[in-house]
Design a binder for this molecule. Structure first.
Ligand SMILES: Nc1ncnc2c1ncn2[C@@H]1O[C@H](COP(=O)(O)OP(=O)(O)OP(=O)(O)O)[C@@H](O)[C@H]1O
Length: 357
């Protein structure tokens, strides 16, 4: 399945984000109230659908492209956008390719992108908009102020989500340690983590699209994510064999990412993702394997954590293991065994404090 938006599309978005030479060129074209049709790449196919124009083969600069945009026809750059190859080119893409656009410039841009696979940019003279066609997507660039306003709103949402995720995560950790975790508590973490991941992804896109104008947003974003696991993999691994099921983790994660925002709000709907083969109810108690809590002990590398879980099978058995039992596991020496015991004991202590004080 194609990720949405695709990495290829995001890469082009970054290539034309504020602060880049391409963005400066587009801005000049817009300010000069001319339009433009720009193809970011050239090969035999582009050649075969081109007619007229002239070869320039000169280094790209914002002023040059702005001057060339005054002429009729398309401008063709190389894939990196550093070289202007041709200008004044009449493009004749396959007219069978479907397009929703109305003006000929935009229709051509969309078709050329679809046919050649190269990103194309259309600057509309009449509407003063910049549209990017790349990797099957059509995207109208928004003014930086609007993107920043949206980004800031998303940051405020992320802050709320992070707070809520912290709450449900400590509740689950405490319950896991006391071996009284219910499916509802597990699902709440699954849900909240996914909500946070989505908002975070949205912010990453604003940051990317904002280029140099998004630096502050990027710093706030990174700070809000520090020290948390915005990923459900360990949680899914912890409960992958609950009630004798064998969960396909990759598939479960994919399914979770595809759930609509409206469906994500309902814990009931998520039950089928985590427990597809059983009829677990939200109040049923479950015992985790311990991957997630072990990952919080800094001295335990992932591969050792995996071995520990494989050997002890669940968190309760792991917590009651002695130092010498822990040392039987490959990669666990006396010091690491002690730090595992101390780490788990500290978690147990703080979970009791959280619960009763
Ligand atoms: N097939 C094409 N190849 C190259 N350039 C084209 C092509 N079609 C249109 N253009 C360019 O777009 C310009 C504007 O065309 P037109 O007004 O029909 O399109 P439009 O989509 O309505 O544009 P705008 O939104 O800028 O007003 C043309 O003068 C020409 O420079």
């Amino acid at each position: 399945m194609k990720a949405h938006p695709t990495p290829g599309f995001l890469a082009v978005l970054a290539q034309i984000a504020p602060g880049t030479e391409l963005a400066q060129g587009l801005e000049r074209i817009q300010r000069g109230r001319t339009g433009a049709l720009i193809v970011l790449g050239h090969d035999k196919l582009v050649e075969s659908i081109s007619s007229g124009g002239f070869r320039i083969n000169t280094e790209y600069t914002p002023t040059r492209i702005r001057e060339l945009a005054k002429m009729d026809g398309a401008i063709i750059l190389d894939g990196t956008g550093r070289q202007i190859l041709q200008a004044g080119v009449q493009l004749m893409p396959d007219a069978q390719i479907e397009t929703q656009e109305s003006g000929t410039r935009h229709r051509t841009a969309e078709r050329v992108a679809a046919q050649s696979g190269f990103p194309t940019i259309s600057v509309s003279q009449s509407m003063q908009t910049i549209t990017l066609y790349a990797d099957g997507e059509r995207h109208v660039l928004e003014p930086a102020e609007r993107l920043l306003a949206r980004g800031n709103q998303a940051i405020a949402t992320l802050e709320r989500y992070r707070h809520r995720l912290d709450q449900v995560t400590s509740a689950l950790s405490a319950a896991e340690i006391e071996d009284v975790a219910t499916a509802r508590e597990v699902l709440a973490v699954l849900q909240r983590t996914e909500m946070l991941r989505r908002t975070s992804e949205e912010i990453s896109r604003y940051v990317l699209e904002l280029g140099i104008d998004g630096r502050l947003l990027a710093a706030q974003h990174a700070e809000l994510l520090s020290g948390i696991q915005a990923d459900n993999e360990l949680l899914l691994r912890d409960y992958s064999d609950a009630e004798g099921q064998e969960l396909d983790i990759e598939h479960a994660l994919e399914t979770l990412h595809e759930v609509s925002d409206a469906q994500l709000v309902e814990l009931d709907g998520l039950t089928k993702i985590l427990f597809p083969h059983s009829s677990i109810g939200q109040d049923d108690q479950l015992t985790p394997k311990g991957y997630r809590l072990l990952s919080q002990i800094r001295t335990v590398p992932k591969v050792v954590g995996d071995r520990l879980v494989a050997a002890f099978d669940n968190l309760q058995l792991l917590m009651s293991a002695s130092t010498s039992q822990l040392m039987e596991i490959e990669g666990v020496g006396e010091q690491r065994a002690r730090s595992i015991r101390e780490g788990l004991a500290r978690m147990a202590e703080s979970s009791l404090l959280d619960r009763y004080i």
